[in-house]
Design a protein around this ligand. Structure first.
Ligand SMILES: CCCCCCCCCCCCC[C@H](O)CC(=O)SCCNC(=O)CCNC(=O)[C@H](O)C(C)(C)COP(=O)(O)OP(=O)(O)OC[C@H]1O[C@@H](n2cnc3c(N)ncnc32)[C@H](O)[C@@H]1OP(=O)(O)O
Length: 275
């Protein structure tokens, strides 16, 4: 288990049916992220990668918000520019973004298990990017996605200017970033930010259904496929084709790959073990 500060009750965690459920639980603050919570989520994602009994991850939250971004009231927030020399501000905030927001988003992108975001409500700032970095996004009808940074006079961080253009194209990405308007779940689905929109009362069941299907799948093949898709966004065709050939070679060493082929030949359903 990865060591991380305990975030008693503000991050709930359970594993059921080979699915790791990570729940942000500060509903009174729209699940705005504190340092402890962020480190706890990063640790739980690392644990999911390492644990062979975890074959899928669901990230969700309680209350009316999914995550309202960094907790702007968090103790120890950097002093305002007027109180600190510019070079110190640059050193502090850039380092905080690298060591904070960016580590969180990277932990999702690099998690070696499929990660589903079950977005129960407002996802703003890095809270939106936390959802959009997940492999699959299921949103409740009332959910909305807000590139809220501009409302605070901030630059989008936590991977926003990396994720958004890849999801919706550069023009739409800049519209969302420039205006910071709330994007309702149905529009987010139309734009390609969300895979599926369901009534709020069905969100957990929908996430469980997809997560349990993935948890019965060929876990290593799913992890390699996730890496191929993510890497393809940054490379050229030659790199993508080389990577898929290598991934298939690696995957052929798994029991699941042999089970998948054998079950077809033997005319029976496959039974994958995730190994
Ligand atoms: C990780 C530690 C960081 C330390 C502080 C850093 C300071 C800045 C440093 C540089 C920038 C870092 C940026 C960061 O990496 C990435 C970001 O996420 S920046 C964006 C931060 N988030 C926001 O700006 C969103 C702020 N919230 C809102 O705009 C609105 O709440 C909403 C999301 C549009 C939802 O609106 P409503 O539905 O009307 O809900 P309320 O506004 O009434 O909120 C309910 C309740 O929750 C409290 N709350 C909401 N968001 C935050 C928040 N981000 N931090 C703390 N508290 C929040 C809100 O105050 C209400 O509480 P109440 O007033 O009722 O007690």
């Amino acid at each position: 288990m990865t060591e991380a500060p305990d975030a008693p009750d503000t991050i709930l965690h359970r594993t059921a049916g080979n699915v790791s459920w990570i729940t942000l639980n500060r509903p009174d603050a729209m699940n705005a992220l504190t340092w402890d919570q962020r480190e706890r989520v990063i640790a739980l994602l690392a644990d999911a990668s390492a644990d062979p009994d975890v074959r899928a991850v669901v990230l969700t939250a309680t209350g009316k918000g999914f995550c309202a971004g960094a907790d702007l009231r968090a103790a120890g927030a950097p002093a305002t520019p007027a109180q600190t020399a510019p070079e110190r501000i640059a050193g502090d905030v850039a380092r905080m973004i690298r060591l904070g927001a960016q580590r969180l988003i990277t932990a999702v992108l690099d998690c070696e298990k499929p990660v589903i975001a079950a977005v129960n409500g407002t996802a703003a700032g890095i809270g939106a990017h936390l959802a959009l970095a997940c492999d699959l996004v299921i949103a409740a009808e009332e959910a909305r996605f807000i590139e809220v940074f501009v409302r605070r006079g901030l630059v989008p961080d936590g991977g926003g200017a990396y994720l958004l253009p890849r999801l919706v194209g550069p023009q739409k990405a800049k519209e969302l970033i420039f205006f910071g308007d709330a994007v309702p779940a149905a529009e987010a689905e139309r734009l390609g930010l969300v895979n599926k929109v369901v009534p709020a009362g069905d969100l957990q069941a929908a996430a469980r259904e997809w997560a349990e299907r993935l948890a019965q799948g060929p876990t290593r093949a799913l992890a390699l496929a996730k890496q191929l898709v993510n890497a393809s966004l940054d490379g050229d065709r030659a790199a993508a084709l080389a990577a898929e050939a290598t991934a298939q070679e690696i995957n052929m060493g798994t029991a699941d790959a042999n089970e998948g082929v054998a079950s077809f030949v033997e005319r029976r359903p496959p039974k994958y073990t995730g190994r």
